[in-house]
Ligand binder design. Sequence first.
Ligand SMILES: [Zn+2]
Length: 298
Amino acid sequence: MSERYSKSDIREIAEYLVEDLRECEDGTVTTTGRLARASGYDDMETFDLFDLHDALFKAARANHITLDMSEHKDKVEGLPFNLTFVVRNKKAQIKCPRCGSQNTARYIYGYPAFSEEMQKMLDEGKWVLGGCCISSVEIDGQRVETMPARKCNDCKRDFATAPILMTPKTETVEDYRDVVTAIKFSVGGFFGGYTDITIRKNDKGAVVKVQKTLAYDELPDDRQISPTKWQKIVNTLYSQLYLHEWKKSFVDPCVLDGTQWSLDISLTNKRKRSYSGSNDYPPYWNELLKIFREFAKI
Ligand SMILES: [Zn+2]
């Protein structure tokens, strides 16, 4: 008997099944084995299913999905991938980075086999057919697909494309996550003063500097973070918050002072991307604050 799936295959399948978990009703009861079979992986050996079960729980956690197996606690009942769990996915609903709607659909590419289940997902706006044209670019010898992964059912715009930066003048294609050199977030108001948090990449990872405009505020010391931590921050900005798809300015003209904020991203070759707002905020505002709250009270 030979191993049929590699570790990276298993991870990829788990990532794929997480999308099913995201799209099912909150409170759905299922098993890892059942999910795998429903997606066409009905030839998996026991040891593959063991691995898949672990990978699925890990991927679900990373996507804020809870798979509750508490009813099996302290019982001896059999193979974990055949035991039921309850899916809790309310916190996992992806928001459109433009309008904030949680009513978004996943693009299905290629020629999928038609089924009743599929029709149901299309009718409910959870899936949308993307056709069979798969476009891609090459970055550092790797093919990266350029099609959007999702469509907003409210503002009708596509989103969740790979964070690719194309510069026609120099004919270069880069991944934003590889070229970010510094992140500066500033938030505050005229009366309360401003807090600036700057995270600048260096050869040991990145250094975090906190500054405040009001002199009596106590400032934390500069803090060195690891390369893994730096990469995680950049990944969160682009892979989970879709920063490359945000609009640049958020302004509520009806309020004169109040809260002002800005987010400046420095890229290699002195390039910059700036986002700012005045009493108006991007859909992923809370998620953005979460990144910086670790370093300063904001
Ligand atoms: Zn939208």
